[in-house]
Design a protein around this ligand. Structure first.
Ligand SMILES: Nc1ncnc2c1ncn2[C@@H]1O[C@H](COP(=O)(O)OP(=O)(O)OP(=O)(O)O)[C@@H](O)[C@H]1O
Length: 120
């Protein structure tokens, strides 16, 4: 069972859940995103947003937390393979941070489109 196809998939899922828990426990940027996600969900219930709006909101939250998690992994990998200052490492980290920025802008636009009509 342990080395079977199903056993490997189940173990892989366990590592992934462990990784998500480590991100939530140790990464301040993920903790901030998680807190914002809870606030956005409270707002969603408060304003009674539609099912479609919930879908976009959940997608935006998932997008931004995924990007932030991958950025954290890239930063950790970069620091591990090259702990010293190097312009290439700086470039890699900047590009990874840029991806998070794009996800954040996307989420802000989605949030604006959803909540603007409820607030104004
Ligand atoms: N080893 C390095 N070599 C060159 N530039 C670096 C290096 N480490 C960091 N930088 C520069 O500093 C910026 C911030 O890097 P850092 O690793 O501190 O990320 P951060 O966004 O502050 O993440 P966190 O707050 O999660 O540590 C990078 O985007 C890069 O421009």
């Amino acid at each position: 069972m342990r080395d079977s196809f199903l056993g490997k998939r189940i173990r892989g899922g366990g590592y992934a859940i462990k990784g998500a828990w480590l991100l939530l426990k140790h990464e301040p940027s993920i903790q901030v995103q998680f807190a914002l996600a809870i606030i956005m969900c409270c707002l969603g219930f408060f304003f009674g947003i539609t099912k479609t709006e919930w879908l976009f909101q959940i997608l935006a939250i998932g997008l931004i937390m995924t990007a932030e998690g991958l950025n954290t992994a890239v930063e950790a990998m970069a620091d591990f393979v090259h702990p010293d200052f190097h312009s290439k490492i700086g470039h890699i980290k900047d590009v990874a941070a840029g991806a998070v920025f794009i996800a954040a802008i996307t989420a802000v636009i989605i949030g604006g489109i959803i909540y603007f009509p409820y607030i104004f």
